[in-house]
Design a protein around this ligand. Structure first.
Ligand SMILES: Cc1ncc(C[n+]2csc(CCOP(=O)(O)OP(=O)(O)O)c2C)c(N)n1
Length: 366
């Protein structure tokens, strides 16, 4: 195991003192540890490309190497600014990446992570990013060498961390946001939607709870497409589907996921498909990967949705009258947004979507 504080100490000793990134389950100890740092030293970004770019901006103003942490699935979001701005062939900007390596061939993982895990090292090689793998405290010695290389060559370097390598660094318990759980809403929702609905659900606990609740309570209205990867793209998949269908299309989204690619809301807004219904399960946190804040708190989703072209906005904050409120949303002419304010807390022992091609085929049947 590697202690988070020892890892951060090594980086700080080597003059890295700005951290930015997108939370990841493997790296949750890092973001929890950094939560007490002020914004000048730590920023949670909305997507990995934005995190890389924050780091680039920080380097331009401080001349110091920034640290950017991300899950390997987010490497694809990061590649654009990495290769088109920071690479040696463009502006040659030194960056230090910490990558949570889901799906490393040494660790069993989910299908979407296996696919990305297998190609992660090759991606880094293609991008000409020097890297090391951190498996224990001794490996921390490799970091100094990498940072010196980055400084000297003005290049991007990275370290990879696999599952169960970093110690769990507990964060302070946050104040709860009301008393409605995600599962309370989902259970009511899938018992009320029309039979032929299509439900596209976002990455993390939302898809897992949706699948679990259907099984547990035998709720079979509508068909689901679980976005096990492609975080932030559920609403675009839903909007793409809605364009060519007369069915009611529901997107079950999260606040972290919506913020990752917020521009998609405008696309759904100007497309004006009245069968497109968007739900945001807003807990102001990345609960599925450790509960780090998303900073969704303070966003006025009513104003936001109307200004990007949605026709109706609804809000649910508790169980009282929940069925009536869901029915109003279901009846509305879209595009409409339903913001459901939920507290953190998920069902225990959730299984994961497994036979994905079967799920797709079932979803595609009319
Ligand atoms: C591109 C990408 N970056 C990071 C992750 C890791 N990740 C999985 S779920 C999740 C949090 C999602 O937050 P939110 O949408 O608010 O849903 P919640 O977890 O609160 O249910 C993150 C960051 C990912 N899967 N893909």
């Amino acid at each position: 195991m590697i202690q988070v504080k020892n890892l951060i100490k090594v980086l700080e000793r080597n003059k890295i003192n700005f951290f930015t990134g997108v939370p990841d389950s493997i790296l949750k100890g890092i973001s929890n540890y950094l939560e007490k740092y002020p914004h000048k030293k730590h920023v949670i970004a909305t997507n990995e490309g934005a995190a890389i770019s924050m780091g680039i901006g920080n380097y331009l103003s401080t001349k110091k190497i920034p640290c950017i942490y991300l899950q390997n699935s987010g490497l694809s979001n990061a590649i654009n600014p990495l290769i088109s701005i920071a690479s040696k062939d463009v502006y040659s900007i030194p960056l230090f990446l910490i990558i949570g390596w889901r799906g490393s061939p040494k660790k069993p993982d989910e299908p979407q992570h296996k696919a990305k895990g297998k190609i992660t090292l090759n991606l880094l090689k293609l991008l000409k990013i020097d890297y090391c793998i951190l498996r224990n405290e001794k490996d921390l010695k490799k970091i100094k060498k990498l940072i010196l290389k980055s400084k000297k060559n003005k290049s991007i370097v990275a370290c990879l961390i696999e599952k169960d390598t970093l110690e769990i660094f507990k964060k302070n318990k946050e104040k709860t946001n009301g008393n409605l759980f995600r599962s309370d809403f989902i259970k009511n929702f899938i018992s009320l939607i029309p039979n032929k609905s299509k439900v596209i659900s976002t990455t993390g606990y939302t898809s897992r709870e949706l699948m679990e609740l259907r099984k547990k309570f035998n709720l079979n209205k509508g068909k689901d497409f679980y976005m096990v990867g492609g975080m932030g793209h559920a609403s675009s998949v839903a909007a793409g589907y809605a364009l060519n269908s007369k069915k009611q299309v529901y997107c079950l989204d999260g606040d972290g996921s919506i913020l990752m690619h917020l521009g998609s809301l405008r696309t759904a807004g100007y497309l004006k498909n009245n069968n497109f219904k968007h739900i945001i399960l807003n807990n102001n946190s990345h609960e599925s990967v450790g509960g780090q804040p998303t900073n969704a708190k303070g966003i006025n989703f009513r104003q936001l949705s109307y200004s990007v072209g949605y026709k109706k906005y609804f809000q649910i904050t508790n169980l009282i009258g929940i069925q009536g409120n869901i029915k109003k949303f279901i009846k509305s002419k879209g595009p409409s947004l339903l913001e459901v304010r939920i507290r953190n807390g998920s069902l225990k022992n959730l299984s994961r979507p497994k036979n994905l091609t079967k799920i797709k085929e079932k979803f595609m049947v009319n």
